[in-house]
Design a protein around this ligand. Structure first.
Ligand code: ATR
Length: 273
């Protein structure tokens, strides 16, 4: 029987998840479809009811529902309960189970490059939903410490408390306090949405060197200004599309029980690039 999957969020028209998953269905000859479904912030409950009515087999969750969605789950995978946010849901005859594949998706590019996170000093820009999954990832891989820099200090404080609670030494600062301190870090991650509209990087990367790992989770454009500045310094660069593919291939495996066709998914995302 044909199966239907979806990604829910708002805005949703620019989501690349339908392209990625559809390419995987074609590659593996699966009788499945994947739709982008716009659900406004205050209409999540009705949105989920309509997904159940059409017997959705599973769905991805994105901004602004990743935390709110937790309320509507019948079961939680550990990945989801520890992060406190959900990005992947399975539907077993109306029983919804939540997973979070963002953390593993984030860590995958480090593994692919054989980069060991243990004892590294991290500077994380941003303190939103994505930052939470990233903090759990760095805690799991035993980073030495994390500085959480955010425009709104209050949000940095919250994530910092969370990091300390799960055993990762953290301190919160405002982004404009970073100044020339980037040389003190082994890894610098942009988990703010800055770059999506081609804005210039919010920090200077002048102090970094060829050993610094610079990771932008913004994937569109592929070469953000932040990534370009890191390349100019010869740094080790990790692209946002790698995390996107990492979380998508894990969601695929959860839904279909087989390994995702990574290269077909990557090709759908990058085209001929
Ligand atoms: P996500 O789920 O992708 O993390 P989010 O929860 O909306 O999205 O978080 C967006 C992050 O980008 C926040 O850290 C936000 O900073 P604030 O906490 O101060 O809102 C950050 N951000 C968004 N626009 C920004 C801007 N123009 N300058 C600096 N930081 C920005």
């Amino acid at each position: 029987m044909s199966k239907t999957f979806a990604v829910i969020g708002d805005p949703i028209d620019h989501s690349l998840s339908p392209n990625i998953h559809s390419a995987a269905f074609r590659e593996l000859n699966l009788d499945c479809s994947y739709i982008a479904y716009k659900i406004a912030k205050d209409e999540l409950e009705e949105g989920i009811e309509s997904l159940k009515k059409i017997k959705i087999s599973g769905f991805n969750v994105t901004i602004p529902h990743k935390v709110e969605m937790m309320k509507y789950l019948d079961k939680l995978d550990e990945s989801c309960s520890i992060i406190g946010a959900v990005n992947t849901v399975t539907n077993d005859n109306g029983i919804l189970k939540g997973y979070n594949t963002d953390m593993d998706g984030f860590l995958e590019p480090f593994k692919k490059r054989n980069l060991n996170i243990r004892n590294l000093k991290v500077l994380l820009l941003g303190a939103g939903g994505a930052a939470r999954a990233i903090v759990v990832g760095f805690a799991k891989e035993h980073a030495k410490s994390i500085t959480i820099a955010n425009r709104t200090l209050e949000n940095a404080n919250k994530i910092s408390e969370f990091a300390n609670k799960i055993g990762l030494k953290a301190n919160p600062i405002r982004i404009d306090e970073i100044g020339e301190t980037t040389k003190n870090y082994d890894v610098i991650v942009n988990a703010t949405s800055v770059g999506l509209k081609n804005e210039p990087s919010i920090i200077s990367l002048d102090g970094i060197n060829s050993k610094t790992i610079v990771y932008d989770i913004v994937y569109s454009p592929i070469n953000t200004d932040f990534i370009k500045k890191a390349k100019e310094k010869g740094a080790i660069v990790i692209y946002g599309y790698e995390m996107l593919l990492g979380q998508a291939s894990r969601a695929f495996q959860i839904w279909h029980g087989v390994e995702a066709p990574y290269n077909a998914m990557k090709k759908a995302l990058l085209g001929g690039v």
